[in-house]
Structure formats: structure tokens, C-alpha cells
Design a protein. Structure first.
Length: 169
């Protein structure tokens, strides 16, 4: 199986924030943003694996600032690292005012997806070749994030989390 670059999975979605998407403070509902990020990230994971994918976990979400009604919202997702059948997808979110072309980063998130075959069984996915400094940084941190998630889920003993232990030795 041939490795791929993060760039090859890059998926960008741009949309408007409409009144139906907003809370009582006229800002985008957090749940609406999570759903939009999940859709964009799932496309990035499917492009990388060339398989059907399912969301395995939402590992981290950082809400930076509100996104008002009328904003232009851009969501970018890339696979940051692939393991056996799972892929970590890093998501960046920007807003901009229709009258101001300057984008402001308002959110980032990390989701994990698993590739499945037509029988619903996990399948192996291609490895990632990070190219940019940011891709390398995210790639390097992915194993620590994965080990932390597995420890917290009770699927990995803390003593076996070698990347995490190396931080404290």
C-alpha cells in the first residue's frame, strides 16, 4: 500500500452562517459547527483511505470565539497521521466578515476516523508522509494523542504508553 501526503486528503468547505444555524446570541451553534467539521473531516479521511469511514472519536475541540450570523465560515481538514485502520484528522476553522477579506482562526479540532470495508470491518489505510513543518509537528504529536486517548479509554495501560512516558522521563 503506497503512502500518501497530508495534502492529498485536504478538504475545504466554505459556507455562510445563516439565522437557522444560530443560538439566541446570534452566533453559530457549537453543535452545528461540530457537525460541519465532522462532515468535512470524514471526506478528508475517505479521500485518504479510499474507503467508507466512520467517526471513532472527537479527541479535541477548541472553540476560540463566536461566529456571528452572516459570517463566511471556512473549514479545512487533513489527515495528520494514519495508524492501522484509523486516521487522525486535524481541522482548522476560520471566519470572515463579508466586507473584510481577512480570515480569523476561530476553532481547531482533532477527530479520529476508522476505515471500513463493505462488510463493516476495519481495513488497513495508507501511511502519511508529512511535508510542511506544521504537518510534521501534527504528525509527531499524533502518536502521543493516540496513546493518551487509549489510556483514558482503558484500552492501553499507562506503563505501555511509551510516547507519553518519554515526556516525563
Amino acid at each position: 500500500m503506497k503512502s500518501k501526503t497530508s495534502e492529498s486528503s485536504k478538504t475545504i468547505h466554505t459556507d455562510s452562517v445563516l439565522p437557522a444555524d444560530a443560538n439566541s446570541l446570534n452566533g453559530l451553534f457549537g453543535g452545528e459547527l461540530l457537525a460541519r467539521m465532522d462532515r468535512v473531516a470524514s471526506i478528508a479521511a475517505a479521500k485518504h483511505s479510499e474507503e467508507v469511514v466512520v467517526t471513532a472519536s472527537v479527541n479535541n475541540v477548541s472553540f476560540g470565539e463566536p461566529v456571528p450570523v452572516g459570517s463566511i465560515l471556512t473549514i479545512e481538514a487533513k489527515v495528520s497521521r494514519a495508524f492501522n485502520s484509523s486516521m487522525e484528522v486535524f481541522i482548522d476553522v476560520w471566519k470572515q466578515d463579508k466586507m473584510n477579506p481577512k480570515k480569523v482562526k476561530v476553532n481547531e479540532a482533532i477527530y479520529t476516523f476508522v476505515a471500513l470495508n463493505n462488510k463493516g470491518k476495519p481495513v488497513k489505510v495508507p501511511q502519511i508522509i508529512p511535508e510542511t513543518e506544521l504537518e510534521k509537528k501534527r504528525y509527531d504529536g499524533a502518536l502521543r494523542r493516540r496513546q493518551l486517548s487509549l489510556v483514558l479509554a482503558g484500552k492501553l495501560e499507562a506503563k505501555d504508553a511509551t510516547e507519553l512516558r518519554a515526556l516525563f522521563d
